[in-house]
Ligand binder design. Structure first.
Ligand SMILES: *Cc1c(COP(=O)(O)O)cnc(C)c1O
Length: 428
C-alpha cells in the first residue's frame, strides 16, 4: 500500500498535514479480526467506532448487500419509495420507544442530530413561540457539523475557534453519579436550575442517554435521565435523545433510554444502524412532534438529503435488525458486561489508573495522564489488538460476538500498556 501517498495527501480523522501520525494498512476484516497488510490479525476492540456490532464480513449482511446491489444501489427518495426503506422503518419503529411513529432517514449521525434540532425549531415556530435555544450537558458529544458542534462540550469542540459562527446554547453540569453508584439528588440541581431559568427560550433538551461517548466515556445513573424527562414535561420542553453511540444493544438494552424507562420526543440513531457496513442514520419523532412541525408555515419538514434512504444501506440495515431480532445480542452483551466486571477492577492497582467503568459491551479505563498515541498504538498492534485510545481514556466496545478469550486478550493488552510508562505523557 502506498502509505507515503496516504500520509502526504490524505486527511484522517482529526489529523495534521504537518505531523501525520502512523496509519496501519488493513486489507480485510472478518468476525472480530482486522487483517493487516503483513497478514497479522488484530482482535478488534473498537467495532469501528461502535458500528460493527455483529463483527466484520457477516454472511447475512453480505447476502443482503449482494442481493440489493443487483437490483439497484440507489434511487432518489423524492416522489419515489422502495421496499428496503419500508422494511427498515417497520423494524426500526418496532424496536424504538412506543411513542415514536415517524422516521427521517439521513446519511450520518451528525446529520441526524441536525435534523432533530431543526425538527425542534420548526415545532416551536409552528406553535408561534420564539424558542431557539437548546439545553444540553457538559462532556457531551453530538457530531462535527455546526449545529451538532454547538451542543457538544465547548472545550472539547474548541468553541472558541468558531466564535461568531456557532450559536450559543445552554450547558448544564454533566451527572456525577455513576451507573452503579447510589443516586444523589444534587446531581440534577444544575440541570433543573438552568431549565427553570431559561425554559421559555428552550426548544429542546438534547443529550446522550446513560453513556456520554466521545466527550469523556462517562456512564451515569439512570435516575438522572428519569428526572430529565419529568422536568422536560413539567416545563413543556421537547426531549431529544442522541442514541447514535448507545443504540442497538450496546449498553445491554436495545436503547439506553430503556435503563430509565423513558420515552423521548425525538431520537437519533446511526453508527450501528447498518451493522457498520455503510453510512446511514435516522431521526425518529413522535406523532405530536411530526404533525406539529408539518402544520407550520412551511407545511412540511424542511430537509431532504440526496442520498436519503439509500436502498443499499437500508437493505443491510434491515439485515442487521434481523440479526438483532434473534435476541442473541442480549446474552452476548450480558456476558461481555460480566467479563468486564471481573477483568477491569484489578487494573485499578496500577498507579496510572484513575478509574475503571463498564456497562454492557463498553469498558473504560481512565488514566491520570494522557496516552502517548504513537507508542501505545504500536504496542497494541504488536500485541495483536486494535484499541484506539484518546486523551486519558483507553476504552473498548468490541463486537457482540466476541468470546471470553478475545476480551481477555484486549484487557491483557491494556494491562501491559499500563506497565509501560512510555505509553503515557508525563504529568505537568
Ligand atoms: C458519533 C456520534 C455522532 C456523530 O455521528 P457521525 O456519524 O460521526 O456524524 C453524534 N452523536 C453521538 C452520540 C455520537 O457518538
Amino acid at each position: 500500500m502506498d502509505l507515503a501517498f496516504d500520509s502526504r495527501h490524505i486527511w484522517h480523522p482529526y489529523t495534521s498535514t504537518l505531523t501525520p501520525l502512523t496509519c496501519y494498512p488493513i486489507i480485510s476484516a472478518h468476525d472480530i479480526y482486522l487483517e493487516l497488510e503483513n497478514g497479522k490479525q488484530l482482535v478488534d476492540g473498537m467495532s469501528s467506532w461502535w458500528s460493527a456490532i455483529h463483527g466484520y464480513n457477516h454472511p447475512h449482511l453480505n447476502r443482503a448487500a449482494h442481493q440489493q446491489i443487483d437490483k439497484m444501489s440507489h434511487v432518489m427518495f423524492g416522489g419515489i419509495t422502495h421496499e428496503p426503506a419500508i422494511n427498515l422503518c417497520k423494524k426500526l419503529l418496532a424496536f424504538a420507544p412506543n411513542n415514536l411513529e415517524h422516521v427521517f432517514l439521513a446519511d450520518s449521525g451528525s446529520v441526524a442530530v441536525e435534523v432533530s434540532l431543526k425538527m425542534a425549531l420548526q415545532y416551536w415556530h409552528a406553535k408561534g413561540e420564539k424558542r431557539s435555544k437548546f439545553l444540553t450537558l457538559r462532556d457531551g458529544y453530538h457530531g462535527d457539523t455546526f449545529a451538532a458542534m454547538s451542543v457538544t462540550d465547548p472545550d472539547n469542540s474548541m468553541h472558541s475557534l468558531y466564535k461568531g459562527f456557532l450559536p450559543e446554547h445552554i450547558f448544564a453540569q454533566s451527572p456525577k453519579t455513576g451507573f452503579w453508584q447510589e443516586w444523589n439528588d444534587k446531581d440534577i440541581q444544575d440541570f433543573q436550575q438552568k431549565l427553570e431559568c431559561h425554559h421559555q427560550q428552550i426548544a429542546a433538551v438534547i443529550l446522550e442517554p446513560i453513556v456520554q461517548g466521545a466527550g469523556g466515556m462517562r456512564i451515569y445513573h439512570p435516575e438522572f435521565l428519569k428526572q430529565v424527562r419529568i422536568l422536560c414535561d413539567a416545563y413543556g420542553v421537547l426531549l431529544i435523545l442522541d442514541e447514535i453511540a448507545t443504540g442497538f444493544g450496546r449498553t445491554g438494552k436495545m436503547f439506553a433510554c430503556e435503563h430509565a424507562d423513558v420515552e423521548p420526543d425525538i431520537i437519533c440513531v446511526g453508527k450501528a444502524l447498518t451493522g457498520g457496513y455503510m453510512t446511514l442514520s435516522a431521526t425518529l419523532a413522535s406523532k405530536e412532534v411530526a404533525d406539529t412541525v408539518c402544520d407550520g408555515d412551511a407545511g412540511c419538514f424542511m430537509h431532504g438529503p440526496t442520498f436519503m434512504a439509500n436502498p443499499l444501506a437500508c437493505a443491510v440495515a434491515t439485515a442487521s435488525m434481523e440479526l438483532l431480532e434473534t435476541q442473541q445480542w442480549a446474552q452476548q452483551v450480558t456476558n461481555i458486561e460480566q467479563w468486564f466486571s471481573q477483568l477491569l477492577p484489578p487494573l485499578t492497582a496500577s498507579p496510572l489508573v484513575k478509574d475503571v467503568r463498564w456497562l454492557g459491551a463498553i469498558g473504560v479505563v481512565e488514566t491520570h495522564c494522557p496516552v502517548e498515541m504513537e507508542t501505545i498504538q504500536a504496542l497494541f498492534v504488536e500485541l495483536g489488538v486494535w484499541i484506539r485510545p484518546f486523551g486519558r481514556l483507553i476504552y473498548i466496545m468490541p463486537p457482540y460476538i466476541s468470546q471470553r478469550e478475545h476480551i481477555d486478550k484486549l484487557v491483557a493488552a491494556i494491562s501491559i500498556a499500563l506497565d509501560n510508562p512510555n505509553c503515557f505523557k508525563s504529568m505537568r
